[in-house]
Design a protein around this ligand. Sequence first.
Ligand code: ADP
Ligand code: MG
Length: 255
Amino acid sequence: MGRIIAIANQKGGVGKTTTAINLAACLAEAGKKILAIDLDPQGNMTSGLGVDKNEVENTVYQLMLDECTIKESMVHTVVDNLELIASNVNLAGAEIELLGIADKEYILKNAVDYIKEDYDFIIIDCPPSLNMLTVNAMTTANTVLVPIQCEYYALEGLSQLIHTINLVQERLNPELDIEGIVFTMYDVRTNLSNQVVANVKENLDAKIYQTMIPRNIRLAEAPSYGIPINMYDTKSAGAESYRNLAKEVIERKDI
Ligand code: ADP
Ligand code: MG
């Protein structure tokens, strides 16, 4: 069986969606069968994979409210081997609508259970908060991959994230593990980047991926064309780094 990876960090702008899109695309490029799930009402993963978020009939919102089946919620993307469950702003209201529902922490998991055997990896892009959507992602996932931006406040909020992962592990999903930490927007030339990396290594008992994602303008440009980095600029430093990350993720067998 494959692995379900939630990409989470309650901080916004740290590279979750960029990592979710490009890791998923590079895993697909390596021949793996991938399902991407956009759990952020901003729908940036959806548009970054070339899907018009306002034209999709069934999104993760309809799926979670039981208005469609999981198969009906999937759409094709511009990437071979990569299917998507899309998201848009409708999802912003889902938390309240889920309030009265029994087992609301398991809604996504119960749906994904039907199809998970069909995929090598399922990549879930989480919203920038530790809300019920993120809890649903962590309940569904085998592992949580945490992107950390190499900036001064990198460690702020990290203990809260680890605490949430531990709580989900204790109460909802005993199998949940930390996939690893990936540093994003890394700049070898700055002392700050190196300090952040050293600091995280000191403070966190988690696997840290050798691949560091550099700050690369091509990574920021690709979403406006609705294609992942390996299709937008296949030889860019950004594409190379996400290919390397995909390789490390595939080779990780100790889970
Ligand atoms: P999050 O999903 O955590 O909010 P995003 O992936 O949307 O973060 O990234 C925030 C912004 O930074 C976006 O505009 C994105 O294009 C840009 N960005 C992300 N990673 C990189 C990178 N490695 N190099 C340059 N820009 C990046
Ligand atoms: Mg995002």
